[in-house]
Design a protein around this ligand. Sequence first.
Ligand code: ZN
Length: 144
Amino acid sequence: MYPQGSNNYRINFSGLGCWLTVIAIAWLLGAVGLGWVVKSIFVLVGLLIVTPVLAFMGFRWWLSRNLIEGTCPVCDTPLTGLNQAQMVCPNCRTPLQISREGFARFTPEGTVEVNAVDVTPGSDRADEAVEVTVEVLPPAEDER
Ligand SMILES: [Zn+2]
């Protein structure tokens, strides 16, 4: 009643069988005169595969060039940031400018930074640097 061997006729869509099917369909379309469809599909599939890979590789390359690892110049906290960016140290709140050389204190223009040492006799923080930020105000207009 039932044709024998029908169970053995199975298309294996995994691995090689899948590719053979794709090639067979491509050949069929090419034979019918729709080769351009196959070509455009291949180009499309190629782009779909290549674009994310290229984007990922480009991103990796960009990251390796622009990801700067270093330590905070003030509190030595290990930091990671992007080149040419500015960030605030999460530990000591110091504004930092990131460059290829590492992390440097970022100070707005017109600000002079002074490291003062507390030398008060008897002070227990005698050898500790006291950070003092001095802002230079623009000269008054009536000044000669
Ligand atoms: Zn810090």
